[in-house]
Design a protein around this ligand. Structure first.
Ligand code: ADP
Ligand code: MG
Length: 462
């Protein structure tokens, strides 16, 4: 643990400026994973005091402490005050539905695009509505999820209403269970797109540095998390969480879990695989839909988020697409796991965080006209920012990360310039920068699983 800084280096007295190269920056965090590693590699010093420049904090700190302290203009924290509006399963759907209704009221054609979440009801409040809907889809599976937990905990699937009788007696339906958790019940996506017979979801990272104007940086990388059991939509398999839930924490319990490789594929691996099967146009359309799904989630909370210049948020978006390439958002995490157990996974996460810190830019090194910083592309700043017109892609998601860190434009932000998109022939059958094989074999070349390890023991999502 480093000593607290002297008053001469306290953040209150230091604005980012040309002198910032000589100034010492302080961070505070309880995490001991890629977050700590990235902060240390930056040369910043750790503090337990209030003299931090950057506090990588847990969500609870925002509700318990943030409102009661005064921050200097240059201090930064990694959450917005009411992040749960997007990151709690029930509130996310409430906000998406509300935003869709608003667009419909305005007769905005964009309203039709807001159909990218599985049918969801909050229980017990929406029970009557749920039963009505349940009757309309008698062959569907449903998935029950506690709104306040992560890592697949407390989740189960069912088909018949009678199968939730026991849960009902243990839950909020029982007036004596005043502390029982709120759940959402959701239509189960029973036709996920499979690779090598296995289900997967996709984790993507978006950095929001402001909600006004909405400023979104989307990371090109990300990964697929595969289940370790071949998928079946036979009702008999419903209890098999290792088949149906792709959380690393669940997969680790499976006998067939490969701890060496961890059940992951990079987003780039997926892109190469799909391009080889369906071509560039179809794959690009799918990846563009993923980008738009992320942006639309953010649009839905743009007007209710408490924008604050001290705050930024690195979101982990979980998406699934089905066998007709329809993209769904499963959930949005405000504390995506930054633990890693292979070098490749660590490199991705430390690189991602380092680039996020580059963008937050406490050191005052950016010009303000950058459209790419490392693996992050600026995709929205008040208005959409598109890849440059020579690119064959409509999104840089899944593209290679160029060696240079920063791509900027002389044109104002909001022009159509972006950079570093690989050519199609750059995408075929090569080894990627991390050295992992990206040959298209139909068999996932799995990477690492994640683990949560803040000193407080609070869990992040895996
Ligand atoms: N509606 C759904 N249809 C299909 N699979 C789902 C659905 N909801 C969740 N899952 C699966 O369950 C996993 C855990 O669900 P999620 O909502 O992310 O909860 P948690 O917060 O516990 O991670 C997801 O990663 C996904 O594999
Ligand atoms: Mg999840």
């Amino acid at each position: 643990m480093s000593k607290p800084p002297t008053s001469s280096s306290a953040p209150q007295q230091n604005k980012p400026s040309s002198a910032s190269s000589t100034r010492v920056f302080y961070f505070r965090t309880t995490f001991r994973n890629a977050i700590y590693e990235a902060l240390k590699r930056r040369g910043w010093k750790e503090t337990d005091g209030d003299n931090w420049d950057l506090h990588w904090t847990e969500r609870e700190w925002m509700s318990e402490v943030f409102d009661s302290i005064h921050l200097s203009p240059t201090q930064r924290v990694n959450h917005f005050r009411n992040q749960r509006e997007l990151c709690r399963k029930d509130l996310m759907v409430k906000n998406l539905k509300r935003h869709k209704r608003q667009l419909q009221k305005e007769q905005n054609a964009e309203a039709d695009a807001y159909s990218f979440w599985p049918l969801t009801y909050v229980l017990p409040g929406d029970y009557a509505l749920f039963v009505e809907e349940y009757k309309r889809y008698p062959t569907s599976f449903w998935i029950m999820k506690p709104v306040g937990r992560a890592q697949g905990k407390g989740i189960f699937l069912f088909k018949q209403l009678k199968e939730i009788a026991k849960w009902k007696s243990d839950s909020r339906y029982n007036a004596e269970n005043k502390d029982a958790e709120t759940y959402v019940v959701q239509r189960y996506i029973s036709n996920p797109y499979l690779v090598a017979g296995r289900k997967f979801d996709i984790r993507l990272y978006a950095l929001v540095t402001s909600y006004n104007p909405l400023t979104v940086w989307l990371h090109r990388s990300g990964f697929c998390r595969f289940s370790s059991t071949r998928y079946s939509n036979d009702a008999k398999t419903m209890q098999d969480t290792t088949m149906h839930l792709t959380n690393v924490a669940i997969q680790k319990k499976s006998e067939t879990y490969d701890s060496e490789t961890g059940g992951k594929w990079s987003l780039r691996d997926l892109k190469l695989y799909l391009m080889s099967r369906y071509g560039v146009a179809v794959t690009d359309r799918l990846f563009y839909d993923m980008e738009m799904t992320i942006l639309r989630c953010l649009f839905s909370v743009q007007n209710i988020m408490m924008n604050d210049k001290h705050c930024f948020e690195l979101y982990g978006f979980d998406l699934i697409f089905d066998d007709s390439f329809k993209v769904y958002v499963i959930e949005v995490n405000a504390s995506p796991s930054m633990s890693a157990n292979t070098k490749e996974d660590m490199d991705l996460k430390v690189g991602l965080l380092s680039n996020a810190f580059d963008i937050v830019d406490l050191e005052g090194k950016l010009q303000g006209n950058e459209t790419r910083v490392g693996g992050f592309d600026l995709v929205h700043k008040g208005i959409p920012i598109k890849p440059n017109s020579t690119s064959q892609y409509t999104t840089n998601l899944g593209c290679d990360i160029p060696d240079d860190i920063v791509r900027s434009t002389e044109k104002s932000v909001g022009s159509t310039t972006n950079g570093g998109t690989p050519k199609a022939d750059d995408e075929k059958g090569k080894r990627d920068r991390s050295g992992s094989k990206v040959g298209i074999t139909g068999r996932p070349a799995f990477g690492a699983g994640g683990r949560s390890d803040s000193r407080s023991g609070r869990k992040t999502s895996t």
